[in-house]
Design a protein around this ligand. Structure first.
Ligand SMILES: Cc1cc2nc3c(=O)[nH]c(=O)nc-3n(C[C@H](O)[C@H](O)[C@H](O)COP(=O)(O)OP(=O)(O)OC[C@H]3O[C@@H](n4cnc5c(N)ncnc54)[C@H](O)[C@@H]3O)c2cc1C
Length: 461
């Protein structure tokens, strides 16, 4: 490996302004929002810095940098907004970070088809505001909306708060350009749908920068809705709420934004006993009204009456960091873990995991809500508060306990945060040994010398 030669040639290619080598320039890239690293930094610990940061200004430069890295035996990690929560964008000390933020164009590819051509480094918030000015929207609102960028969102297969109505990022991606180490720039043109062997764009949605670097995306935009109405209701228990949610989804009338809270989270967020459900129903006004009426019949309540519950949540929906601070000042950390599970075992998993997590030392609180719903199942989102004392042991026992429960109930280890570093050890629980071997073989085929970060398959580190 020759890092010096790599940086010398990268400087020749990009200019010295776009090759960052001093400590203060590398420092912001030493972590993402993986709690274990955030708490380490808050307690004065020092994360390891990457050996340098390169900022390509074009798709061609991304390809050339990968080629340079291959020639000099250097390992690269792609960096989007750094809002990932599992350490996916975090470099080891010999790695080079590739920050894609200069790939920041937004343009209509085809205005009539509603397909926007966007650089991988564009902030989601910037794109949404650009679209809104033209009466359009992606309706993709992860809680990290102000921080996340397009390449990172696609690479983690992200999902937003309006997922029941508008789907996840995978439902918006119509085409992609990806720089693949063994191939060069792959251009997957935009199409409403295709049936042409493996849909190549799907190989990279959720790929976490292991198989290629996304440089460009073609995304579908929606028209802004005519009406957007808030609703809410309270049920006796989370079990009842989940049963109602399943009926609502099965009858294809779910709110576009739909959230159901258990008996632990409902008092915390809404000051209410029982299990709160909130929603936002969008679209043509007459359709919205009919849907709300249908929901009311299923839940046996008037959903309009709980509108202020939805309002309360909407007004604070991006405020996670201030909650993190409040707990930190009390000597507590918090972790969020999301999984997905078929309806058939959803409540059993919830019940049994709450019991197991409740037995752990130094865990003060576990609450769950469901905010993404499907015909076949639901995503459960755990919020866990724990003592920062002995954080390493506590943190690992929380993860091992919940992932153990997930395995027992045939659930999926992640619904939308991805794998990053934290979940790498649970990969076999998802795909089994042969599925994991297939992923490893794909990695070897697309990136035979492990230029792109590899904490999974025994590549260099
Ligand atoms: C407060 C908070 C709330 C959150 N809420 C949500 C939520 O509601 N829904 C949700 O889905 N997620 C959520 N997340 C997680 C996070 O925002 C998402 O995973 C997001 O998609 C990461 O985007 P990013 O641009 O910050 O990516 P980064 O963190 O920079 O990178 C994520 C991964 O993608 C890779 N990568 C980045 N850019 C590229 C590229 N161009 N090509 C190939 N690989 C690339 C990185 O190497 C890394 O492995 C939340 C995070 C926080 C901190």
């Amino acid at each position: 490996m020759s890092l010096d030669k790599f940086f010398e040639e990268a400087t020749g290619l990009l200019g010295s302004r776009w090759v960052l080598l001093s400590d203060w320039q590398r420092y912001p890239y030493s972590r993402d929002y993986w709690p274990i690293l955030v708490y380490k930094e808050l307690s004065g610990g020092r994360a390891s810095l990457p050996s340098g940061v390169v900022l390509p200004g074009s798709e061609g430069e991304v390809v050339e940098l990968l080629e340079l890295a291959g020639r000099h035996g250097v390992q690269i990690v792609a960096y989007g907004g750094g809002s990932g929560v599992l350490g996916g964008a975090v470099p080891d000390k010999n790695w080079v970070v590739m920050d894609l933020s200069r790939l920041d164009w937004i343009d209509w590819y085809d205005e009539e088809s509603g397909i926007v051509d966007v650089g991988a480094g564009v902030y989601l918030k910037t794109l949404e505001e650009w679209l809104n000015k033209q009466g359009k929207t992606l309706r993709h609102f992860p809680q990290s909306f102000p921080e996340a960028v397009i390449g990172g969102l696609i690479s983690t297969r992200s999902i937003g708060q309006y997922s029941t109505g508008y789907g996840g990022i995978e439902d918006l991606v119509r085409g992609l350009n990806v720089a693949v180490p063994s191939v060069g720039l792959v251009r997957i043109k935009p199409s409403p749908r295709r049936s042409v062997l493996l849909p190549l764009e799907q190989m990279f949605i959720g790929g976490e920068g292991l198989y290629g670097v996304i440089t460009r995306a073609y995304l579908s935009a929606y028209d802004l809705p005519e009406c957007s109405e808030k609703v809410g209701w309270i049920s006796a228990s989370f079990k009842n709420s989940l049963g109602n949610a399943r009926s609502i989804v099965r009858r294809r009338i779910p709110p576009d934004l739909f959230r159901v809270y258990d008996e632990k989270e409902s008092p915390l967020h809404f000051g209410v006993d029982g299990s709160v459900s909130i929603g936002v129903v969008e679209g043509e006004c007459n359709v919205v009204e009919a849907k709300i009426e249908g929901i009311g019949k299923i839940v046996n309540a008037d959903p309009w009456e709980g509108a202020e519950l939805a309002d309360k949540w909407l007004s604070k929906r991006f405020n996670v960091i201030s909650d993190l601070w409040k707990l930190y000042e009390l000597g507590m950390g918090f972790e969020t873990i999301e999984i997905s599970v078929p309806w058939g075992s959803a409540y059993d998993l919830y019940d049994s995991s709450m019991k197991s997590l409740g037995k752990l030392d130094r865990v003060f609180f576990t609450g769950v809500h469901a905010s993404h719903f499907y015909q076949s199942g639901v995503a459960l989102y755990y919020t866990i508060a724990y003592s920062l004392e002995n954080i390493g042991d506590t943190y690992n026992s929380i993860w091992d306990t919940l992932m153990g429960e997930v395995s027992k109930h045939s659930a999926s280890i992640s619904h939308h945060h991805g794998v990053g570093r934290m979940r790498a050890k649970y990969l076999e629980a998802e795909y089994g040994p042969s599925g994991t071997e297939l992923l490893s073989k794909l990695k070897n085929c697309l990136d035979p010398t492990s230029i792109l970060r590899d904490k999974f398959f025994g590549g260099k580190s």
